[in-house]
Design a protein around this ligand. Sequence first.
Ligand SMILES: Cc1cc2nc3c(=O)[nH]c(=O)nc-3n(C[C@H](O)[C@H](O)[C@H](O)COP(=O)(O)O)c2cc1C
Length: 136
Amino acid sequence: MRKIGLFYGTNTGEVEDTAKIIKEKMSEFSIDLNNLSDCIDDAINKYDLIIFGIPSWGKSELQDDWEDYMSNLNEYNLLNKTVAIFGLGDQKQYCQNFLDAMGIIYDKVLENGANVVGTWPTDGYNFEDSSALRDG
Ligand SMILES: Cc1cc2nc3c(=O)[nH]c(=O)nc-3n(C[C@H](O)[C@H](O)[C@H](O)COP(=O)(O)O)c2cc1C
């Protein structure tokens, strides 16, 4: 079975908790959980199947560990790989920039040749704007 590398950054642990839930729910797959704060630069390179997890902390900003790791989202590490992304945010307090960070990661990953999978509908959400929105 091919391994999935799940890489996440977190400030207060919520993305980490979510990563653990994803691993538990996808128990038919083999998923390695990696906190970006402990990762070497090329850590993503050994996986063809990757999940990225990121919280949003401010408009157009990245969580600190993601900010540090961003330069490794390049073609060498991502070309032709399959990537899914999940984000955590607060649609009530931050309705103008709900889940912005997920959109920033999405653009970077796509730009560097990965096949991004797993869109999600906005039904049931209530926010004004988000960089993660695509085609409405
Ligand atoms: C100071 C502060 C700023 C935040 N900024 C945003 C934001 O811009 N957009 C958003 O969707 N959520 C925002 N959030 C909500 C966080 O993304 C959310 O609490 C998330 O679950 C945190 O994940 P973490 O514990 O893994 O860092 C903010 C929360 C705080 C406390």
